[in-house]
Design a protein around this ligand. Structure first.
Ligand code: FES
Length: 81
């Protein structure tokens, strides 16, 4: 199981965390990975400076709504296959 935590703190919210979550949900569904990818909300981890903070296995990524698909392809798909 790939655990993906998306920050829903206020700074990340302003940078589009809701859109990032919605896109990730769509992509997980489109690839039929509901049983393999777990999307969680998390609170501020202090990594607010660049974009929405997303954590997979202790690795911190900064994701913008427009880079969500690239992030999914590079970081999530590579972990499930
Ligand atoms: S509000 Fe998201 S890391 Fe700070």
């Amino acid at each position: 199981m790939v655990n993906v935590s998306i920050c829903v703190g206020s700074a990340c919210h302003m940078k589009g965390s809701r859109e990032v979550v919605a896109k990730l949900k769509e992509l997980v569904k489109a690839h039929q990975l509901e049983g393999q990818v777990l999307l969680n909300g998390s609170f501020c981890t202090g990594n607010c400076q660049y974009a929405v903070c997303v954590v997979i296995d202790d690795t911190v990524y900064s994701v913008r709504p427009e880079t969500t698909e690239e992030f999914f392809n590079n970081e999530i798909l590579s972990r499930v296959s």
